[in-house]
Design a protein around this ligand. Structure first.
Ligand SMILES: [Zn+2]
Ligand SMILES: [Zn+2]
Ligand SMILES: [Zn+2]
Length: 165
């Protein structure tokens, strides 16, 4: 291990107490939230913008065939993970029973889902988080786009009114 790396490690132990961390690539001290979170492990040693830059540069060196293959691989991985999650959560909208997977999404029961997703870094990180946390059932449920949207927009779903009428 290089001396510089050892130095950063010691420094980061101190910085962590005040919620900061030094990136080992750009060497700037940033907030902990500027580093990607890994479930059950320490945050990345490289900050988010350096990580993105790295992948961006790497991506540019790929041929279009490689890119297409990569996208297809990602797509199938994503679909598999998504259908696994939907199955775990019962496979249908808890409000109206919609079973069309394209319409379904995981909803945070007590709200705050957007904030949580942001903390994780957005995108597939949330799906991975669900899987790594063994699909917490008391916090999340499946809703279709209609029921989800109505709740977000009006604070209730028209289906609930129908049921209570
Ligand atoms: Zn950096
Ligand atoms: Zn629904
Ligand atoms: Zn509904």
């Amino acid at each position: 291990m290089e001396e510089a790396t050892v130095h950063i490690k010691t420094l980061n132990k101190e910085l962590k107490k005040q919620g900061e961390k030094k990136c080992c690539t750009c060497l700037s001290v940033k907030k902990l939230s500027d580093f990607y979170y890994r479930p059950g492990s320490a945050r990345h040693a490289i900050c988010k913008s350096c990580t993105l830059k790295y992948y961006h540069e790497k991506w540019k060196t790929k041929t279009s065939e490689e890119k297409a293959l990569r996208r297809a691989k990602y797509r199938s991985w994503y679909d598999k993970l998504r259908s696994e999650i939907i199955k775990e959560y019962g496979g249908s909208c808890v409000c109206c029973g919609e079973e069309q997977v394209e319409f379904l999404s995981v909803d945070h029961i007590n709200g705050g889902g957007t904030k949580h997703r942001k903390t994780l870094g957005g995108g597939t990180a949330f799906f991975k988080w669900l899987r790594d946390n063994n699909y917490p059932k008391n916090e999340y449920r499946l809703l279709c786009m209609n029921c989800n949207w109505a709740r977000g927009r009006y604070g209730y779903c028209p289906h609930e009114k129908e049921k209570n009428a």
